[in-house]
Design a protein around this ligand. Structure first.
Ligand code: ADP
Ligand code: MG
Length: 694
């Protein structure tokens, strides 16, 4: 059998390959670009392009593509072949430095939220040498950034890289103050845990809602849901296990560090977690992972659902963004060490994150806001729409002591004992787990749990990096001027804790009382995308993001508009799909069923006993009227939506009018499903979708 070590990264133009195929001079010069951002000159680019092409052609590639991430959060690609005509009628395979470095897709077909109107339609993709090129389906994929003719970012990679730079600059200032002069660079790392559902393909194909929108728009709860709590970490069914094994293999070939896999809480739900990497690479890898997950599923006769809420009534899917900051000298700045109380540098970075999350709650909330994720946040399964931080007992104790100037005596690691002598003892983590917290400290990193399963992780990390960079800047401004560094530092940490402790909440985030408590504390609770997204343009946010060069003002306006439009369009498609299904499938099926039942009642007339038939016809006829009426109202709402031009107004209309009318249509349909003979129902029901895997 093939060994993992032998095929891991076999489709990636990584350092190992570069070293082998590039001359030493070219390799060194490329490394300088990768590690330190030194601009690449064209002779080096030519040499790299030619070597890349030879390597790719050797592996069977015929095309190359500039792979980029437009603002919709998906990936885009346009394939060009390497062929060039030779004079004798043959072709030669060519790839120049120019083609590697720059591409010119037509930007006008991608959302640009107003930037399009004012600027030229042309857009450029620029090679990102920090993310390795790879081969997929016979094509060489070159990770690129996408911007307009005038340099405005049209993608998610550019601002992500800018946010990493901003954090690097400010963190270095702080580290210098602590005497860490050997550190040359600070980077954030992310390990995104990815949740998903798997369902049989033949069932998927019978549901227009899944095909058109990725989620079920109708469906009554089956007799069994997730209440037995028997799926989480449960043994994996053979068909799913085969899928997971194949998926790991495909990801490993692409150099993706897929590490952990298990069943999740809901039936048919699973999770995959990779080993963490530098944020920019983690973002590229996660996009690729989502793509490969779907492709491998097809091969197994399955469909992988990445929607945040494919099924009502059972848990939806999220993505946990495990985030930390570390230096090029290998120090994780969020590691408390043995004695966090005495670890001033850690305490400073910790307070910076606390303040950043409190000051920019709205930015973090809106970074994960989409139509799909709105179904999760605030429901009893995902962290609520309120942002708070879980620190655990030990760190909270440390912060209390600092705030109150009292000595701290806890914090010794305790030994965990299972009470069974054959089991090994090991030292207990100093933080417990709190699965209800949206932003939890987990030992040496923070886990931001609000991301939706289909979200690009870029947005969340842009806003997180930016907010922390801003606070580090404020801290550095104060500390650089201080006469007595140590006392200024102590005051700063203490004052920060005092001012921002409202954001720390170690209790149960799913509890209703938290909503009231959070309101008392003045924390924001932005329930929907329509509420959250416009906050991007609040003066304080615009000022912060532009001052660090992460976005320009016009980029922010464009992004806000794109995200709101995306929300409105998504819900609009859902509404139209519901109308279509109700009119073309559900009502006709009900009509047929009630017709047949009435006929039976008639046939039985002479016997006088047709309680079932009469009762069913009566109830279903009532529900059909309700459905008919609800469809009409939804249609009117969708028509009215068409007349609204402003993105903000349209999104409010969707929230206040369209979504409630969709709920109003779903109710009678789900009721009808429960009393209609199975063979008449026009598409597979929840029991088959959730428990149909053999
Ligand atoms: P759990 O499900 O218990 O939260 P997992 O092991 O499934 O934990 O996922 C933890 C994730 O956190 C993994 O992707 C892991 O690589 C990542 N991780 C671990 N350490 C760090 C770190 N220092 N910075 C960022 N991510 C990290
Ligand atoms: Mg987790």
């Amino acid at each position: 059998m093939e060994k993992v070590q032998d095929y891991f990264g076999s489709m990636v133009f990584d350092e190992r390959v570069m070293k082998g195929v590039l001359s030493e001079k070219v390799y060194k010069s490329l490394k300088r670009t990768i590690d330190r951002g030194v601009p690449l000159d064209i002779t080096v680019a030519n040499a790299v392009a030619s070597a890349m092409k030879d390597w790719a052609v050797e592996k069977g590639a015929t095309h190359y593509t500039h792979w980029f991430q437009p603002e919709t959060g998906v990936t885009a690609e346009k394939h060009d072949s390497f062929i060039n005509p030779a004079p004798d009628g043959r072709v030669i395979m060519e790839f120049s430095g120019k083609e590697l470095v720059k591409g010119e897709p037509d930007a006008s077909s991608f959302p640009s939220g107003g930037l399009r109107a004012t600027f030229e339609a042309r857009g450029y993709t620029a090679w990102d040498p920090t993310s390795y090129a790879f081969i997929k389906d016979g094509t060489l994929y070159i990770p690129t950034a996408f911007c307009s003719y005038t340099g405005e970012a049209l993608d998610k990679k550019v601002p992500l890289l800018r946010s990493m730079d901003a954090l690097n600059v400010q963190a270095l200032r702080i580290l210098k103050l602590f005497g860490n002069n050997d550190v040359r660079c600070v980077k954030t790392s992310v390990g995104p845990e990815q949740e998903y559902f798997l369902i049989p393909k033949e069932l998927y194909e019978k549901r227009k809602d899944l095909i058109m929108t990725g989620r079920t728009l109708f469906g009554a709860m089956p007799p069994k849901g997730q209440e037995m709590e028997d799926h989480y970490f449960g043994s994996i069914k053979p068909r799913v296990a085969e899928y997971m094994a194949d998926l790991d293999k495909e990801l490993w070939k692409l150099g993706i560090l897929a590490k952990t896999k298990h069943n999740e809480v809901a039936p048919a739900q699973h999770e995959l977690a990779p080993i963490y990497r530098t944020t920019n690479i983690a973002a590229d890898n996660n996009q690729l992972t989502m793509e490969v997950m779907q492709k491998v599923a097809q091969k197994h006769g399955l469909v992988c659902l990445l929607h945040e809420k494919p099924f009502d009534g059972v848990n939806g899917s999220g993505k946990h963004n495990n985030w930390s900051i570390s230096t090029d000298t290998g120090v994780n700045l969020l590691t408390p060490g043995e004695t966090p109380y005495e670890n001033a540098q850690f305490l400073l970075f910790l307070s910076a994150v606390i303040k950043a999350v409190d000051d920019y709650q709205d930015l973090l909330r809106l970074s994960v806001a989409t139509a799909g994720n709105d179904h999760r946040l605030g429901a009893n399964e995902a962290p609520p729409a309120i942002i708070s931080i879980f620190l655990g007992d030990e760190l909270s104790g440390v912060l209390d002591a600092i705030e109150n100037d009292t000595p701290y005596d806890g914090g010794q690691k305790q030994t965990m004992q299972f009470g069974v002598s054959v089991l090994p003892e090991f030292s207990k983590d100093t933080t417990d787990r709190n699965r209800t917290s949206p932003f939890a400290f987990t030992g040496n990193k923070f886990e931001f749990r609000m991301l939706g399963s289909s979200n690009s992780i870029s947005c969340a990390n842009i806003h997180l990096n930016a907010s922390v960079a801003e606070v580090l800047k404020q801290f550095a401004d104060i500390l650089e001027k201080a006469d007595d560094f140590n006392s200024a530092l102590y005051d700063l940490v203490r004052d920060t804790i005092k001012a921002h402790k409202r954001i720390i909440f170690n209790g149960n985030g799913y509890d209703d009382s938290w909503v009231a408590e959070a309101e008392k504390r003045g924390l924001s609770n932005l329930k929907t995308t329509a509420d959250a997204m416009p906050k991007l343009l609040d003066e304080k946010n615009v000022k912060m993001l532009t001052s660090h060069g992460i976005f320009t003002e016009s980029e922010l306006h464009s992004r806000c508009e794109i995200m709101l439009e995306n929300y409105t369009k998504t819900v609009n498609i859902e509404a139209l799909t519901m109308i279509d299904m109700a009119r073309k499938q559900i009502l006709p099926a009900l009509s047929k069923f009630t017709g047949d039942v009435s006929a039976n009642a008639k046939a039985k007339e002479g016997f006088g006993k047709s309680k079932y038939e009469k009762c069913i016809v009566e109830r279903l006829s009532g529900l059909m009227d309700d459905i008919c009426e609800a469809v009409g109202e939804l249609e009117t709402a969708v028509e009215d939506l068409e007349d609204i031009n402003s993105a903000i107004e349209a999104s409010s209309f969707v929230r206040d009018e369209v979504l409630p009318k969709m709920d109003a249509l779903r109710k009678p349909v789900d009721n009808a499903e429960q009393i209609t003979a199975e063979e008449y129902w026009p598409f597979p029901t929840y029991d088959k979708l959730l428990f149909g895997m053999r």
